[in-house]
Design a protein around this ligand. Structure first.
Ligand SMILES: [Zn+2]
Length: 343
């Protein structure tokens, strides 16, 4: 993805949806690390959100497993092998899995072959939530400080694999404890092979080819809200409230950050507004599903990506279990409060 730092690009179709829910969130949260319940007593009412036991080690391992295939660059063997593994894994967790095959034109003119992987839990339930991440890797680490290494791809441990690792763990917990809602996990392909422009021509549309395809072909699919995870595993990550999320989905953005703060994760989910990023959620928002991007950015409108972004430093060394824990616990709590119809 790339940043539109400091500005909000308003799309042709304004679809700022409002998600009705009451900000009455309080209560106790349960996590695997601490089986005793934390109780917040400030508001008079107390709502319990019972989330399934989850394992950060498992999310970490799923991330490392993707990296072990090699960079998941479209049209490569590693890409193909990882796709097959993701499909198999999601099926083993009880999901109904669709591979949405696509061939899209790269900005160089070559054709990129890929597939969005869509895993549906409780397919008959009309009340749905969508969680997404991209699973492809950029073809070249073109921001690496060493010019000789700029033509080869990085591992993409954080940029891609971490979000998918967390979603696989959520899928695994859903098998143990299916929520009372429909859950769609969408792994977008062809997100990260766009062209970095200087802002003069249209290079925005060269990114996020998988989600653009998905949005054009979504039919009558609808979800109450969506959450996109992108670069969610790095040590000391900060997740300010991303610009498009605030524009299209301010209520659910507020809800997620409020939940994170109540869970004690304000070090990661900083209470600041960040820049607007051309990422998969932009295209999902355009077709009427309010979707929030949780993405590692420096705070403030001019905040930049992590030091490792599109460099060879994006490997397992930057991945940290504490960050993954904060994201996993927050997203599970938001999903299960929707499941309990607390939203
Ligand atoms: Zn990227």
């Amino acid at each position: 993805m790339r940043g539109n730092f400091g500005k909000i690009v308003v799309f042709g179709l304004i679809a700022a949806m409002s998600v009705p829910f009451l900000m009455r969130f309080s209560g106790c949260f349960k996590s695997q690390q601490n089986t005793t319940e934390r109780v917040e007593t400030t508001p008079a009412e107390s709502i319990k959100v019972d989330i399934p036991d989850f394992s950060v080690d498992s999310a970490y391992t799923y991330t490392a497993r993707q990296v072990a295939f090699g960079p998941r660059v479209p049209n490569t063997t590693a890409h193909k092998a990882c796709r097959a593994w993701l499909v198999k894994k999601l099926k083993s967790f009880g999901a109904e899995v669709e591979e949405q095959v696509l061939s899209e034109k790269h900005h160089s003119g070559k054709i990129l072959n890929g597939a969005n992987i869509i895993a549906r839990f409780n397919p008959g339930n009309p009340r749905r939530v969508m969680l997404a991440a991209h699973w492809d890797t950029r073809e070249a680490a073109d921001k690496d400080e060493n010019p000789a290494k700029r033509k080869t791809p990085a591992d993409g441990a954080d940029d891609g694999a971490s979000g998918v690792g967390i979603l696989l763990e959520i899928a695994r917990t859903f098998k143990q404890k299916p929520g009372n809602l429909g859950l769609d996990i969408v792994l977008f392909d062809l997100e990260d092979n766009g062209k970095d422009g200087d802002g003069s021509g249209d290079t925005e549309s060269t990114w996020c080819l998988g989600s653009q395809y998905w949005a054009k072909n979504k039919g009558n699919y609808q979800a109450r809200f969506g959450i996109l995870l992108d670069m969610v595993g790095a040590k000391n990550a900060t997740f300010p409230k991303e610009g498009y999320s605030m524009h299209y989905a301010p209520e659910i953005t507020g809800k997620i950050w409020s939940v994170a703060q109540r869970l004690g994760h304000s070090r990661f989910f900083v209470n600041e507004t960040g820049g607007a990023i051309t990422d998969d959620h932009a295209y999902v928002n355009q077709v009427g599903i309010p979707m929030v991007d949780i993405i590692n950015l420096g705070p403030g409108p001019a905040g930049t990506f992590g030091f490792y972004h599109h460099t060879h430093d994006d490997n397992m060394n930057v991945i940290d279990r504490e960050t993954m824990h904060a994201v996993l616990e927050t997203v599970l709590t938001v999903v299960f409060s929707e499941s309990a119809a607390i939203l």
